[in-house]
Design a protein around this ligand. Structure first.
Ligand SMILES: O=C(O)CCC(=O)C(=O)O
Length: 254
């Protein structure tokens, strides 16, 4: 694994200011994600930062989501538990190209956003895992109502290896249902696999995705923005304490 592939090296360059002359678009294209820090020059709004990347994507809630704890929710997005690694948009009628997150309130502990790079994943993953991924398809289903804009064509069935639109390389396009969590807001299963085969595959995937060479763990500070190319990185969230604040604004575009 070289320094262009290893996330531990990439993160240093995948950062810039959030002011009007920010180089974020170039860094996003280079790395598939970028972290923008509050800037003395002034901070461009998340809406304006996302505008050159596409048109806001509509979900059941509209185009802007406040991610925070909500009482009595059925949706794991609004609880404090971990969210396993996934790409966005499988269950939404409208696909997602880029995801922008802005920290409005930072957790005092945990709640990091996890970003795993496809290029690093394919450099690290054992050959037999990659071979398997090329042969299978994964079905996804929603367990919540009102969150996604409902797809007219039923549950999506998606090949986990796709083509990176920027580099033409392999891109991992998957949602991991591991560890098994019945209260998660979506389910995923490999078509034709038994429950045991499914868990074994997701465990292997989750293991490679969580290696430090593959995954960047972003600890939030208020005013930071993280933009991810949903076609080039997989993301998730670490759990955080129920008595901790955490408020993140999300705008996705396509
Ligand atoms: O809250 C986060 O950091 C990410 C949440 C997430 O996984 C998502 O918005 O799809």
């Amino acid at each position: 694994m070289d320094s262009i592939t290893d996330m531990r090296h990439i993160v240093a360059d995948a950062r810039c200011g959030r002011g009007p002359s920010s180089a974020y678009l170039e860094k996003l294209e280079r790395h598939g994600f970028v972290v923008l820090e509050p800037d003395d020059e002034g901070s461009v709004s998340l809406e304006d930062l996302m505008a050159p990347l596409g048109v806001p994507v509509s979900y059941g809630f509209g185009t802007q989501l406040i991610q925070e704890q909500r009482p009595n929710t059925e949706n794991s997005q609004f609880r404090t538990g971990a969210i396993p690694m996934h790409v966005d948009g499988h269950l939404n009628a409208n696909p997602v190209s880029y995801i922008g997150l802005e920290c409005l309130e930072a957790p005092y502990e945990g709640g990091e956003t996890l970003v795993a790079n496809s290029r690093a994943f394919f450099a690290m993953a054992p050959d037999d895992l990659v071979e398997t991924l090329r042969e299978i398809k994964v079905e996804y289903w929603s367990k919540v109502s009102g969150f996604y804009a409902e797809r007219p064509d039923g549950n999506p069935v998606v090949a986990p290896v796709q083509v990176d639109p920027v580099t033409g390389e392999d891109a991992l396009c998957v949602g991991v249902d591991y560890p098994e969590d019945p209260s998660r807001n979506f389910g995923a299963a490999v078509v034709g696999y038994s429950k045991e085969q499914n868990l074994a595959l997701f465990e292997k995937l989750a293991d490679v995705l969580s290696r430090p060479e593959v995954m960047y763990t972003h600890k939030w500070r208020v005013g930071q923005v993280l933009i991810m190319d949903n076609r080039r990185v997989v993301h998730g969230r670490a759990e955080y304490p129920v008595d901790s604040p955490r408020k993140v604004l999300r705008i996705s575009v396509a």
